[in-house]
Design a protein around this ligand. Sequence first.
Ligand code: ZN
Length: 307
Amino acid sequence: MHTSHLLKTPVRYLILASLTLCLFSTSAFGQDDDGVLRIIAFGAHPDDCEVRASGVAAMWAKMGHKVKFVSVTNGDIGHYAMAGGPLAITRTKEVEACGEILGIEESVVLDNHDGELMPTLENRKKIARLIRDWQADIVLTPRPNDYHPDHRYTAILVQDAAFMVTVPYFTPDTPRIEKNPVFLYYYDRFQKPYPFDPDIAVSIDGEAGAQKYECMAALRSQFSDWNAWHAGYLDQVPKDEEGRKAFIAEMFQRRDAAVADKYRDLLISLYGEERGRVIKHAEAFEVSEYGSQPSMEQLKKLFPFFE
Ligand SMILES: [Zn+2]
């Protein structure tokens, strides 16, 4: 982690400790002292936040923390048989239904065309306003290394807003955020220029996982139609509703099991040997260098799942 390993003398340690106390004494990065964390997650399409962070979102929500999912485009071309307004409306309804399953506060879809997102100043301002309006403690985002231009530019837009949210005269119509949030990247499989390197991994076994896989099935136009067609498994999707739900759940359980296996050592360091070994499904996140830099202790207050 990004801690004080460079400062070794007692005097330096004391200075650092008192600085740390000043900065983080009240609520471990919270914008206020009410003990409620505020999380905003960005994805390019109306399924990206859901795929990467539904489990952890359901866990935060259950503890009373406030989670908002934002799809930066409206998903209006990602289908083989329909497009435009009707598809955007379908996708918006699907993520709203998914948000209800997860128990999160809000799921919103911005009216940018799918496949056409650009890292413009206007869009940077939109993202900065959303982070400020939510008074976010935690911001989740994709990394900029990705096959899809909308994923890349969502990442760039969030990164470009990461410092600006603290600058008073950037979009002065929205008050600046007092404490820079912690920005974290979702897991992805891309290796170049460098692979995803998580700081935190969370078990979603049990209720949160069940909510996540139900949510994935609720995104019917994504995983039962479009991705199924694009990835060539459409003919394998069962026609009956129960069969379809089980099929989608298994698909995502396999993905989340791969994450748990890949980052097993991190899970063990967070949960201890006994529990860490047997975690089946996980979601993982890497702290971005561009927002607040939490210690592991502070990170565990933002992800309060390790008691
Ligand atoms: Zn996407």
